[in-house]
Write a protein that binds this ligand. Structure first.
Ligand code: PLP
Length: 464
């Protein structure tokens, strides 16, 4: 396909896409029948498609574009790096300046226990590293029987074998006989959907105690680690009850297992702190990062390794037979460094905490008044709206789960705002550079989307 101008041949692109492209997480029969939406430009929080339609990017790409789209500083930093050293590996006693600079910067920005990073190409790869490093650590500690990793149902840790296994998405497990052996899943702290008769605080304590119960049942001497997202993202922006993380922290303090906080979404300002771990006051030993690390400008991920683990790997270990050709790729490191410089210089994280975060939260929570919304929640700039058939009754759900979420998602797109559907909820995670005016526009489109969805459901007799 030879695209030479700004006038994009939408139909030809869609046909070639359908003919040759297998998409990630996509049901292709529907996509190919409808034709994919072709995104051709982006600037700030706005996307433009091949028909020239402008759409507000309420998902920051895929939870990653913290600094917004189209920042020339990042492009220029990458261009400059490519001209100097486009690629070299970090195996066999070599290093290069951008990897060194990024490692040093990450040690500075992350919580104090972290002074080392292992680079990967993505969040999934980072969690493959986690899987292997956790077991390697216990081998080096002379406790090779500590192998089992505990994850949570409906957690998301990526889409490779390790990522899928550590995650708790049953649909993903069903494709290919996963998880791999040695992974155990416990309940998620999803009060709105699974809280039953308990109030939020009681449910948070119950869900935390499921971790203690699992460790005791499996045997502390067999358990290597617990992995969790501070706030579940892909699972539906599940913000745990206030009681959850303090109780989990206490359980972990009393037991000798590693704690992995998957900060691929919650890192780099999404919660209004640099890391979700800081927001919740939890102290992970390993911290996978990706997405906002480079704002998605180039693919890069990594695992932050706390001193407790790094000391063992460095001083007790020999060679760890693990690494990726593109670990710490120079151009990707340059993109990450330019992104972090923008986050720092423009005080974007502070802005999420003190300014645009609270502003957007107020708008978002006001949507909770809508008759279709059972819960409107948001921390920092990640939020969800639970769509329900009977307002005020958490136990009632729509028949054909997911159909209402998808309908609302499609209306939202049509109305000019990207939101994502998870089950029958709408989720939002816009670029952190959103302006007040753009937040107003976002809320206006979200409200219209709820109105459109509600009217359609009324016509179908699916709501009161
Ligand atoms: C997106 C995500 C991943 C996987 O990252 P990829 O870059 O898509 O491989 C892992 N963990 C969490 C929490 C994520 O949201």
């Amino acid at each position: 396909m030879n695209v030479k101008s700004n006038i994009y041949p939408t139909k030809a692109l869609q046909e070639a896409d359908a003919a040759h492209h297998l998409h990630p997480f996509t049901e292709h029969r529907t996509l190919n029948a409808e034709g994919s939406r072709i995104i051709t430009h982006a600037e700030g929080v706005w996307l433009t498609d091949s028909e020239g339609k402008r759409i507000l990017d309420g998902m920051a790409g895929l939870w990653c574009t913290q600094i917004g789209h189209g920042r020339h500083e990042v492009a220029e930093a990458v261009y400059k790096q490519m001209q100097e050293l486009e690629y070299y590996n970090l195996f066999f006693k070599t290093s290069h300046p951008p990897a060194v600079a990024l490692a040093e910067k990450l040690a500075e920005l992350t919580p104090p226990q972290f002074n080392h990073v292992f680079f990967a190409g993505s969040g999934s790869e980072a969690n493959d590293t986690v899987f292997r490093m956790v077991r390697y650590y216990w081998d080096l500690m002379g406790r090779p029987e500590k192998k089992t990793i505990i994850g949570r149902w409906n957690g998301y840790h990526g889409s490779t074998l390790a990522g899928t296994s550590l995650g708790g998405m049953k649909g993903m497990h069903g494709q290919g006989d996963l998880p791999v052996p040695g992974v155990h899943h416990i309940a998620q702290p999803y009060w709105f959907g699974e809280g039953g008769d308990m109030d939020e605080d009681a449910f948070g304590l119950w869900a935390a105690n499921e971790l203690a119960r699992a460790i005791d049942e499996l045997g502390e001497d067999k358990v290597a680690a617990f992995i969790a997202e501070p706030i579940q993202g892909a699972g539906g922006v599940i913000i745990p009850p206030d009681t959850y993380w303090p109780a989990v922290k206490k359980i972990l303090d009393e037991r000798d297992i590693l704690f992995v906080a998957d900060e691929v979404i919650t890192g780099f300002g999404r919660t209004g702190e640099w890391f979700g771990s800081t927001y919740y006051g939890i102290e992970p030993d390993l911290m996978p990062i990706a997405k906002g690390l480079s704002s998605g400008y180039l693919p890069i991920g990594g695992v932050m390794v706390a001193d407790k683990v790094a000391d063992v790997v460095i001083n007790k270990g020999g060679e760890f037979y693990h690494g990726y050709t593109y670990s710490g790729h120079p151009a990707c490191c340059a993109a990450a460094l330019a992104n972090l410089a923008i986050l720092e210089e423009e005080k974007i994280v502070e802005r999420v905490k003190n300014d645009i975060g609270p502003y957007l939260q107020k708008r978002w929570k006001a949507l909770g008044e809508h008759p279709l919304v059972g819960d409107a929640r948001m921390v920092g700039m990640m939020g969800a709206l639970e769509l329900v058939p009977v307002k005020g009754d958490r136990t009632k759900t729509f028949a054909n789960e997911g159909s209402v979420g998808t309908m609302a998602r499609d209306y939202s797109f049509e109305n000019g705002l990207v939101m994502r559907a998870v089950r029958d909820s709408l989720i939002l995670s816009p670029p952190l550079v959103l302006s007040h005016e753009e937040a107003d526009e976002l809320a206006r489109i979200a409200e219209k989307t709820l109105d459109d969805t509600y009217a359609a459901l009324k016509r179908e007799g699916r709501v009161g």
